[in-house]
Design a protein around this ligand. Structure first.
Ligand code: NI
Length: 254
């Protein structure tokens, strides 16, 4: 079975068919999905989806693009949600310096640190979003040596990947790996050991080729596994099995 370790079914892109789509996934070979939240509200929705579907698990946190109105009380809400059944990580958190209209960098860093401290306190892994913020993300990782997690949609260098692996972190890849202009991600996949890799869709975003530009869903995650298989010289079935085992170990899903 395939494990889509990162998909946003709380997104309004799924308003018309969310329940049917999620219910169809085991029949399409997708046996597990982690749905990270991006705000307090979407984290709450992620937890409800996890409670409704046996194959769905949740992560809770505030995405850097959504932290403009951050208040300390939000961390109390995230903490309470983190204690609910089937919450397996703190995320999606991180830094996003790509969009000029994003919240100020200092605020993003403050919110990221608050979530890292919570993850440390609760003993949960984290799911990191790092866009054009590699050095600052790595600096925060170094500040919290007791916390490990996954860099989702990994876009850093091979060198940064090596440091993250040395520190016990995982990397995950999605449809962006299949894009024609993908350069660095295939290089990183080629370099790192299979036991540190996970696959994801980031649905509804980043649909893999040949669905690029369309609404993404977990039913396409096999295309990411196939791309990794091609890069690694393995069969798609081997990649499916290894990333399934990695995801279950990382998120501690029995
Ligand atoms: Ni995401």
């Amino acid at each position: 079975m395939l494990f889509d370790t990162h998909a946003h079914y709380d997104d309004e892109a799924f308003d018309a068919d969310r329940a049917e789509l999620l219910a169809s996934m085991p029949g399409r070979g997708v046996g597990l999905i982690v749905n990270p939240g991006c705000t307090v509200k979407s984290s709450r929705t992620a937890v409800s989806l996890a409670e409704a579907f046996p194959h769905v698990y949740a992560a809770v946190g505030i995405h850097p693009e959504n932290c403009a109105d951050f208040a300390p009380v939000h961390m109390d809400e995230i903490r309470a949600l983190a204690g609910r059944d089937k919450v397996v990580a703190i995320g999606e958190i991180g830094l996003d310096y790509y969009w000029p209209e994003n919240p100020p960098r200092a605020l993003q860093q403050q919110v990221l640190r608050a979530h890292m401290a919570l993850a440390q306190e609760l003993g949960l892994p984290v799911i990191i979003h790092d866009r054009e913020a590699h050095a600052d993300c790595l600096a925060v990782v170094r500040e919290f040596p007791a916390v490990t997690g996954v860099f989702h949609c990994y876009s850093g260098s091979v060198e940064m990947a090596r440091e993250l692996l040395d520190r016990g972190w995982m990397l995950s890849f999605n449809g962006a790996l299949t894009f024609k202009n993908a350069r660095r991600a295939p290089e990183v996949v080629a370099e790192i050991p299979m036991d540190r890799l996970m696959i994801e869709t980031d649905a509804p975003y980043l649909a893999p080729v040949p669905y690029r530009g369309k609404r993404n869903n977990s039913g396409y995650v096999h295309l990411v596994a196939e791309k990794i298989a091609e890069i690694k010289g393995l069969s798609a079935e081997e990649v499916e099995q290894i990333t399934w085992d990695n995801g279950r170990r990382f998120f501690r899903i029995a």
